[in-house]
Design a protein around this ligand. Sequence first.
Ligand SMILES: [Zn+2]
Length: 878
Amino acid sequence: MRVVLRSAAAVLCLAWLAGPAVSAESSPSASSPTPTQLPRTVRPTSYDITIEPNAAALTFRGTVTISVDVLAPVESITLNAVDLKFTETRLTGSKGSGVSFEPKVTTDEAAQTATFAFGKSIPSGQYSLTLDYTGKIGTQATGLFAIDYDTASGRKRALYTQFEASDARRMIPSWDEPAHKATFALQAIVPREQMAVSNMPVAERSDVDGGRARVRFQKSPKMSTYLLFFGLGEFDRATARLGPTELGVVTQKGKADQAKFALDSSVRVLREYNDYFGTPYALPKLDNIASPGSSRFFSAMENWGAIYTFEYAILLDPSISTESDKQGAFGVAAHEIAHMWFGDLVTMRWWDDLWLNEGFASWMASRTTQRLYPQWNAILGTVSARDRAMDRDAIVTTHPIVQKIETVEQAAQAFDAISYQKGEAVIRMLEGYVGDEAWREGVRSYMKAHAYGNTASEDLWRAVETAAKQPITAIARDFTLQPGVPMIRVESATCQDGKTNLQLTQGEFSRDQPNKKPLAWRVPVTAKSLGAAAPAHQIVTGKATMAVPGCNPVVVNAGQSGYYRTLYAPAQFGQIAERFASLPAIDQLGILTDSWALGLAGQQSSPDVLKLALATPLTADPQVWGKIAAVLGSLNAYYDGLGEREARLRAFGVARLAPVLERIGWNAGAAELETVAILRAQLIDTLSDLGDSKVIAEARRRYAAGDEKPALRKTILGVVARHADTATWDRLHEAARKEKTPLVKDYLYNLLASTEDEALARRTLELALTDEPGSTNGPQMIAEVAKLHPDLAFDFAIANMDAVNERVDASSRSVYFPFLAGTSHEPTTPAKVEAYARARLAPSARRSAETTVANIKDRIRVRTERLRAIDEWLATKS
Ligand SMILES: [Zn+2]
């Protein structure tokens, strides 16, 4: 699954507070069943399913025959089911046995189970459990759901499914746990004029009465329930072929052209992965289904052979899509297709090891983007991804990568920056440690050994260790079983005999526990003297001396593949700052992100990051300038409402960024790099946030003149909307109302929510809960308002909780409400979030709320304790 990206200022994730951190030496994640898992006495082997949706009534009828092995005598069978009504049920013995039972059904809403009791003992053996039932079609992306959307030929309704983590049970009574793999044979009774899509190709389609058709899909291989997919609507499908595999994109009618880039990308990515994994793609076809709408939870889902992606993350609409959208579409394809192996072919045994899916897919996507589009320089993006993980990982409510998951809600909450970005960063570090060839050999043998099966993290470490012929398990456990961010402190550097001896201390980076006793990690450290031919490598724990060839200033974590922060003693930092312009871009980014984070945490002088911004030449890599713009944008938010102090920071920011924009200009140069196009949008955006009157005036001029080239249309609209007066806001609202393309319409409604003006923000909030913007759009609009008006948005959502809950899928609510308050710096806000959590969330579902509170307290601390030093430094510069 690809989770929705949230702003770095309010990374919202959830904390695990249920127990002490796992010791790095203790055994890996327990494989014993958790209290909410189903009994292990009965095992499904295949599902034979017929579904007949009634889209107009938002209901469906289902029949399923599940072949089960009863492993020990039982008096009842329990499986997962939510919101299903059983009309007829029976258990029959294997063919010819003549044994048949009609069980009594009871359901448990809280446990999300149905139990079939037989009133006597059923001997072990093979049986068929046949269930007739009815269920509901939702309007949020959970279970089987409907999305309504506008088209030029009127309003349409399409159906899709979303089952990860625990929602297959809303459409099929099932053993809805990843380790219960089985085959699925799906049939659907559908309106004759509509297209039905599932994981496997259609085996047979025949007309039945009432204008309907019966569609039977080929039987799937053994897979987990959460990967099953069904889609139905007025679709187009474009196809391509790679060897034995048919690739397709499925879109609403008339949009297949906009998915052409995604289709081409899928072919290139699949070719690359067939080669990398050594095991070819396992199914006869691979579709990517583009759907209108959105979810607060995810943007794409890796159903095996039938990836589901919201339109905004896959279609390129020539009227509005940007270079970032294009790179994003490729990234989504690369991430989701990696899951066809990591997740679908080989699946984590339980949600404790979710990171095996998500960390690996994220890593594979970055790696593959770098290989197939080297000019995009995706490797630089991995520094920002690592930074997002560290930001989350350095606050008291963090959790280890491998974590104990006991409830459905906790499983949903595990999709966070730790599973994705920390997982990715740790894999990159370990790959760097053993070498990419050995790593790939390990992955190949892991795939071969566990195809169609389930694993835990230790299985991967064993495979890589065998291939690399060197131990990695101890290091891997340090980074996956304990929470937190290691910090390598460079105490001193002395030159002797052509070598620099570094005195290093391994500590821990924390944003909110400055006196915390650091955990111990075995950290693979890479260090390189400027201009030296090769770096030095060493495992560092506690205190260490490291000899690095060469006598120039030394960059620790050279190449930035390590998951740790580097804190230089002032003398060493000074030397690096002096030579900053000559460093490789990736190290410039690493040092910028470390200085920024360490400065806010009070570990390093807070103006240091601004000194680096001054030392950065106009010709630096576009992504380095993008990072500096992001830092200045974040600082601007910290200075919110601080009058003259804010004005001085803004003036500094404009003085740094305006010349960079001037250099690259508003209009794309001939044959310019794609990364320059992305930087242009970032600069205009940040300069607008900083109140640069020239940029705001130019954006308004272009908007008024209708001079919005597609490449900058979103950017220009963004500036205009942020600084909108009532007349402008009304004009944007009218454009949103009239728009017939869902992708553009949703964008325009979100734009209304980005206004700085508080009165207009209030109007947006009221609008969000009407029927006008569409059922999945309201929560996005409220979240967009929250970026500039967190308290306004949070208070509004709490005051209208029932209406908001109708529009947010159930598994996202415990994340959604706290998220809204995330960028607040009001001292009264933490108590409001805590009150919400106490009143509305079970203790085990409060991680998001607790993390939000910790983040708000950190923002307040930064405002009171860190900005003074920046003020003083800025005063010397103006
Ligand atoms: Zn994923």
